[in-house]
Design a protein around this ligand. Structure first.
Ligand SMILES: Cc1cc2nc3c(=O)[nH]c(=O)nc-3n(C[C@H](O)[C@H](O)[C@H](O)COP(=O)(O)O)c2cc1C
Length: 243
C-alpha cells in the first residue's frame, strides 16, 4: 500500500464520533437502493473446488450470538481465540506478521479482555501481550452494573465468558499514512473481529460484535487516555448452548 503524506491528521476525529450518555434513541433506516445495470450474472453456490473446506461451514453457521451456555471457556479455547485474532505467524525483518492483516503492518490494535468465566484465570481485566503470547492482568473484577452501564445495558455481555475489547493506538498508523490512517485502524479492528468469530465457531463457541459503549467509561475502565489510545470495538464470546 503506498504511503500518503498529503493530509494532516485531525485529532478530533475520535472525539467527534463519540457516544456519550444519554444515547440517541432515534434510528434512521436507509433502504438498499437498486443499482442501475444492463446485465446481471448469477453466481454459483455449489461446485466450489474447496466445497469440503471447513471454513465454509464456519462462515455459513456464524451468527451473532447473544445467549451463552453457563460453561466456562478453557484456557486452551481462549488461547486459540487470541491466536486467531493476532497470532504471530511469520517474521519480516523486525515486523511480527499475524493471522490478521494490518495496513502497512503498522498493527495499531491492542487487545484487552474482561474475563468472566475462563478456567485457570481469575476474573478481571487483562492485556494480551502479542509477542510473548501471554496475558497480563491489569485490573480486578469489575462490578456487573458498571459493565452493563458502559455497554448501554446490553445484558448479554454479562453472560458471556469473555469480552474482547480492541483499542487503537492511532499514531502507529497515522505517522505513516497521516489522516487516512484513521480509516485503516477501524478496518484492522474489523479483520480481528471476523477472525475471532470464525475461530469461535470452530470450537463450539459464538459471539457478538459490540460497538455501542460509552467511550469515556470504557477507556477509564481499561486505563486508556482516549486520545493516544482509545477503545474502538468489542466482542462478547461464550460457549454455545448445545441442543
Ligand atoms: C460494527 C458492528 C457493531 C455492532 N455492534 C453491536 C452491538 O453493540 N450490540 C449488538 O447486540 N450487536 C452488534 N452488532 C451485531 C449486529 O447487530 C449483527 O452483526 C447483525 O444484526 C447481523 O446479524 P449476524 O451477525 O447474526 O449475521 C454489531 C455488528 C457490527 C459489524
Amino acid at each position: 500500500m503506498p504511503d500518503n503524506k498529503k493530509t494532516t491528521p485531525t485529532p478530533g476525529f475520535l472525539e467527534s464520533t463519540k457516544l456519550t450518555p444519554p444515547p440517541d434513541s432515534q434510528k434512521y433506516l436507509i433502504p438498499d437502493q437498486p443499482v442501475s445495470t444492463t446485465e446481471t450474472f448469477c453466481l454459483k453456490k455449489s461446485g466450489w473446488k474447496l466445497a469440503e473446506a471447513r471454513i465454509i461451514g464456519l462462515m455459513q453457521n456464524r451468527r451473532s450470538l447473544r445467549t451463552f451456555a453457563d460453561k466456562p471457556l478453557s484456557l486452551s479455547d481462549l488461547s486459540f481465540l487470541l491466536w486467531t485474532t493476532q497470532g504471530v505467524t511469520a517474521r519480516r525483518g523486525d515486523q511480527f506478521l499475524r493471522t490478521s492483516p494490518s495496513a502497512g503492518a503498522t498493527y495499531p490494535i491492542e487487545t484487552y479482555l474482561l474475563i468472566n468465566r475462563v478456567m485457570e484465570l481469575k476474573n478481571g481485566i487483562y492485556h494480551f501481550n502479542i509477542r510473548d503470547f501471554s496475558l497480563e492482568l491489569i485490573g480486578g473484577n469489575i462490578p456487573k452494573e458498571q459493565v452493563q452501564h458502559t455497554f448501554l445495558q446490553q445484558k448479554f455481555l454479562l453472560e458471556s465468558a469473555v469480552i474482547f475489547i480492541w483499542s487503537g493506538v492511532s499514531a502507529r498508523t497515522t505517522q505513516r499514512y497521516d489522516e487516512r490512517g484513521l480509516r485503516y485502524i477501524f478496518l484492522d479492528a474489523g479483520h480481528l473481529c471476523q477472525n475471532l468469530l470464525l475461530g469461535a465457531e470452530a470450537i463450539g463457541c459464538g459471539g457478538c460484535p459490540v460497538a455501542s459503549f460509552y467511550d469515556d467509561e470504557l477507556n477509564t475502565l481499561l486505563g486508556l487516555d482516549g486520545s493516544r489510545e482509545s477503545a474502538l470495538y468489542a466482542a462478547a464470546i461464550g460457549k454455545k448452548n448445545m441442543a
